[in-house]
Design a protein around this ligand. Structure first.
Ligand SMILES: NC(=O)C1=CN([C@@H]2O[C@H](COP(=O)(O)OP(=O)(O)OC[C@H]3O[C@@H](n4cnc5c(N)ncnc54)[C@H](O)[C@@H]3O)[C@@H](O)[C@H]2O)C=CC1
Ligand SMILES: O=C(O)C1=N[C@H](C(=O)O)C[C@H](O)C1
Length: 880
């Protein structure tokens, strides 16, 4: 339920009974494991929003595991509306079976009364409307996407939809068209009367319980027999403008599926992200027992947090500081009370709270989405816990909808403890308070807090000191990364991220959509080009006018694609690496949260040119640069054969320039991007010429390419006095190993004299040279006294041998670096073995981006113009 592939639409308008639309519906599994879909068909455009009937569809081929083709029999429609509700009669539920009949409900309204019409059938084709509704309620308007199912009164197991035995209650959920929120009640299903009655603790609609107090609608649940659980899956619309949605290419996303069950109190449901999500967890950061006094923040450093899974438990020693629950608030609309209070109070200073997490924060807090608790005391000395997810400060973009959402959390505070789990995914923040008692989803569109520039803080802005008892933060990978590579058996891109952006995904789309999608991509490319052009004009104008600035306004967000959707965003992932963990306690004043108008950042996005973006490493670097929010210059040097080509990498169009006129081309690129940094991953025999080119142009560069004449390379750069990072190895942990080797060699020269050394290195068959990293490690062993000639390195390039003797995973034959160094004492009694095995290229690509950012810092601080290596980058804390 995390990795999905897109198939052709199962049902599209094609028959008189759905000519104008196939709307929501539900599937039911009939005996014999036969699925059937009930859905709403639109037969006429009027009355608006359309004339609605209910249809059914069955698989064309039951043995197709994907059930790709569906047949809509001609005896449709099977349920027609009565005259009064022809345009408010939709979204049939999954059917349940009892007393010899299938039953299902259809959402509707009559005047302002919301209605769940009940239908019965013996054969699933002939349906009869029951004389009474399953349930209805005055003044609630249209009930969309109703859902009706049993829940167990004991434990977290789910129940099959027709289950009536054992301790059960029933849940009826409706999506209220009037508020665009979802409400549920818990109650009893009387199977004799075929009537549902909510418990007296369950308020119907409006002021009732919600699955989610944020951006969450049109959800459905289903029973998953494989794990005996009920799954809730909801939809979140965009909060951005329609124009931006068009630029992004989507409008609305499916959220992370959640398991749902009844709380032991029987008064509410509990939700939790399905455990499969945890398979995307990457680097982890753990912290415990940190106190946050009033106004303190704890920044989570050391891992990327634009896509993250955050779990925190907060404790406090007293409830005395809880703020008074303002009696005036009881005059606010009850259905939105929590939300209104969140809007009024926000993160302003309080007593017991606000404390929580600032997600998707920009460096200087110009943007952040806080998720937090505030505790209040009511006049009768009870406590009310408010949980908020506040999009108000989430973005500098004035045009997006930025609501404050809130819900009360119905738990006992005796333990003086509250927990939060937050799933962050670029533009989505899904928060689960107190183990899923209250859930809030926000859609946000930061402009600065994007990619690598996203920060995460824990904060307390209340007078009561809060302790972070325990915190776990995981960087999350993108599901498609794992899936496309392993399952689809496509051409093995060793950096799976490349696959996403290639041809805008169109090879995965069904043919009817491909053309449209390509047109969209073409348009987006053109818009982007236009944007660069305008940017260049602005830059020229402001340069010529000596500092006066000119702004050309373009009314669309041409970089919308940087904002993300769960399913499309690829994300950097470290492979086979241990990763350091750290957290730093900052004590800046949290006043900044109260001052909503911080100065805008003056930061300039760093432009990088990647040579060659046609190569495997080049592509990985472009992807990593895009993830880090750098500007990828749309030009790259390559070989003659590729000259003139425009290729798409990381969603960017990059034009390849051949060997001729490179000086002039580079000069004009530099003119446009004066703070340009070049990253070079080409071929050994290009190293020296390329370095000369960069030196002549005076452009700082990162040289990851191995081989060539290394002495000449260093001499060329030294003579020019230029900022450069040169290193045969960019992977953080391998760099740390190299650093340790260098230190050992320096501290204990000759310590291994007399020892023999055996070195094997295995790489993809296309690698042209001997491992530069192995050579660097060997030079340390040589200083340690080991006699070894570089010719003795055993190169393994045969895929069969790589799989059979080294255990290289098949999917990484095209991109791996396995190194082994074996040392033996002269008498054979002592031996050592060192090994570093890396699959894929993302750790080098991220290291290369770290190196570019490091150089940019050096340039800004006017540090020495000289050659740095990756050990310098690591030592200065510039590696993520
Ligand atoms: N420092 C590090 O951490 C790492 C270094 N490398 C090194 O990076 C280099 C590239 O590796 P891959 O991307 O795997 O190789 P690749 O063969 O996939 O790509 C090399 C690309 O360079 C292009 N090229 C050839 N001559 C050129 C020239 N004169 N100017 C511009 N482009 C030119 C080729 O057309 C090709 O597209 C190798 O030397 C490899 O050892 C690779 C991984 C990590
Ligand atoms: O070509 C590669 O792949 C790699 N090259 C570098 C080297 O030669 O040391 C680094 C790593 O081994 C991958």
């Amino acid at each position: 339920m995390i990795n999905w592939i897109q198939l052709e639409p199962a049902i599209v308008p094609s028959k008189p009974f759905d000519k104008y639309g196939c709307w929501s519906g539900s599937a039911t599994i009939l005996p014999g494991n036969k699925p059937v879909i009930l859905y709403t068909g639109i037969t006429a455009k009027r009355p608006k929003p359309g004339y609605q009937v209910q249809n059914y569809a069955i698989p064309a081929n039951y043995s197709d595991p994907f059930l790709k083709e569906w047949v809509k029999p001609d005896d449709n429609p099977i349920v027609k509306p009565t005259y009064e509700n022809v345009s408010s009669f939709r979204d049939p539920t999954t059917a349940w079976f009892n007393n010899g009949h299938w039953k299902m409900i259809v959402g509707s309204k009559h005047n302002h009364r919301g209605i769940a019409y009940l239908y019965r059938s013996r054969d699933f084709v002939k349906w009869t409307k029951a004389k009474h509704t399953l349930h209805d309620k005055s003044d609630t308007g249209m009930w969309e996407c109703p859902d009706f199912y049993p829940v167990s009164t004991c434990g977290t197991n789910g129940m099959e939809t027709s289950t009536l035995e054992g301790g059960i209650k029933h849940v009826l959920k409706v999506s209220l068209d009037a508020t665009r929120f979802e409400y549920y009640t818990i109650g009893t299903y009387n199977t004799v009367k075929d009537k549902y009655v909510p418990d007296n603790t369950s308020v119907d609609c409006w002021a009732g319980l919600r699955y989610d107090y944020g951006n969450f609608y049109a959800s459905k649940t289903f029973f998953d027999p494989s794990q005996n659980r009920r799954i809730l899956w909801g939809w979140a619309n965009e909060s951005s403008t329609a124009l931006e949605d068009i630029t992004k290419g989507w409008a609305g996303i499916q959220l992370i599926p959640r398991m749902i069950w009844l709380h032991p109190s029987g008064k509410q449901l509990v939700q939790w992200p399905i455990h499969e999500l945890e398979s995307l967890r990457g680097d982890r950061l753990y912290q415990n027992d940190v106190t946050l006094s009033k106004g303190e923040m704890l920044e989570v450093n050391g891992i990327t947090v634009a896509q993250a899974d955050v779990e925190v438990t907060f404790t406090f020693s007293s409830l005395d500081e809880a703020e008074i629950f303002d009696p005036q608030w009881s005059k606010l609309p009850p259905e939105n009370l929590a939300m209104e209070i969140c809007g009024i109070k926000g993160t302003k200073q309080g007593g017991l709270g606000p404390f929580g997490v600032l997600t998707l924060a920009s460096k200087k807090l110009e943007e952040y989405t806080p998720v937090f608790f505030r505790v209040f005391r009511t006049w009768d000395n009870k406590h009310k816990i408010l949980m908020c997810s506040d999009a108000t400060p989430s973005s500098l973009n004035q045009d997006v909808y930025k609501p404050s959402f809130g819900g009360f959390v119905d738990v006992d505070l005796a333990k003086k403890k509250l927990s939060l789990r937050i799933l962050i995914d670029h533009s989505v923040v899904e928060s689960f308070g107190e183990g899923g008692m209250t859930v809030i989803t926000s859609r946000v569109y930061p402009t600065l807090a994007v990619g690598r520039n996203v920060h995460l803080h824990l904060f307390n802005n209340g007078t009561e000191t809060i302790t972070v008892e325990k915190m776990n933060v995981w960087s999350m990978s993108s599901p498609h990364d794992l899936f496309l590579n392993s399952k689809l058996n496509q051409k093995p891109f060793d950096n799976p991220k490349n696959f996403h952006h290639r041809r805008c995904f169109d090879t995965l789309l069904p043919p009817p959509f491909r053309r449209k999608h390509r047109t969209f991509c073409r348009l987006r490319r053109r818009l982007r080009r236009l944007h660069f052009l305008l940017e260049a004009i602005c830059r020229q104008l402001s340069r010529k006018r000596n500092g006066m600035s000119f702004v050309l306004e373009v009314p669309v967000n041409l970089f919308g694609c940087q904002q993300s959707q769960h399913n499309l965003v690829s994300y950097s992932r470290k492979q086979r690496c241990l990763f350091s963990m750290s957290a730093k306690l900052n004590t800046p004043s949290i006043q900044s949260l109260d001052e909503k108008h911080l100065a805008h950042s003056n930061a300039v996005v760093l432009p990088i040119m990647v040579n060659s973006c046609m190569g495997k490493m080049g592509q990985a670097v472009v992807e990593a640069g895009v993830s880090a929010g750098l500007h990828i210059v749309p030009a790259s040097f390559g070989i003659q054969k590729d000259a003139g080509k425009t290729i798409q990498v990381g969603g960017k169009d990059i034009q390849v320039h051949g060997p001729s006129d490179r000086e002039a081309t580079l000069a004009s690129i530099l003119e446009e991007y004066p703070n340009l940094i070049v990253v070079d991953f080409t071929v050994p025999n290009a190293v020296n010429d390329n370095a000369k080119l960069y030196c002549n142009a005076g452009v700082p560069f990162v040289m990851g390419t191995t081989g060539g004449d290394r002495d000449l390379l260093y001499k060329t750069v030294d003579d020019t006095k230029l900022y450069a990072v040169i290193s045969p190895q960019m992977g953080k942990q391998v760099v740390a190993f190299l650093a340790a080797m260098e230190i050992m060699a320096k501290q204990f020269p000759g310590a291994f004299s007399g020892y023999t050394l055996e070195v094997t290195e295995s790489h993809q068959a296309t690698k042209l040279d001997t491992s530069g990293t192995a050579k660097a490690v060997i030079s340390c062993f040589q200083e340690l006294g080991v006699a070894f000639d570089l010719d003795q390195i055993q190169l393994i390039r045969d895929p069969k041998q790589q799989i059979e003797t080294l255990g290289v995973p098949e999917e990484h034959l095209n991109g791996h670096a396995f190194h082994t160094y074996r040392l033996k004492s002269p008498d054979g009694t002592v031996s050592f073995e060192f090994q570093h095995n890396v699959c894929g290229r993302s750790i080098y690509a991220e290291g290369a981006i770290d190196a570019a950012l490091f150089l940019s810092k050096k340039i800004q601080s006017k540090a020495d113009k000289k050659i740095y290596d990756m050990i310098d980058v690591l030592r200065e804390g510039s590696m993520r």
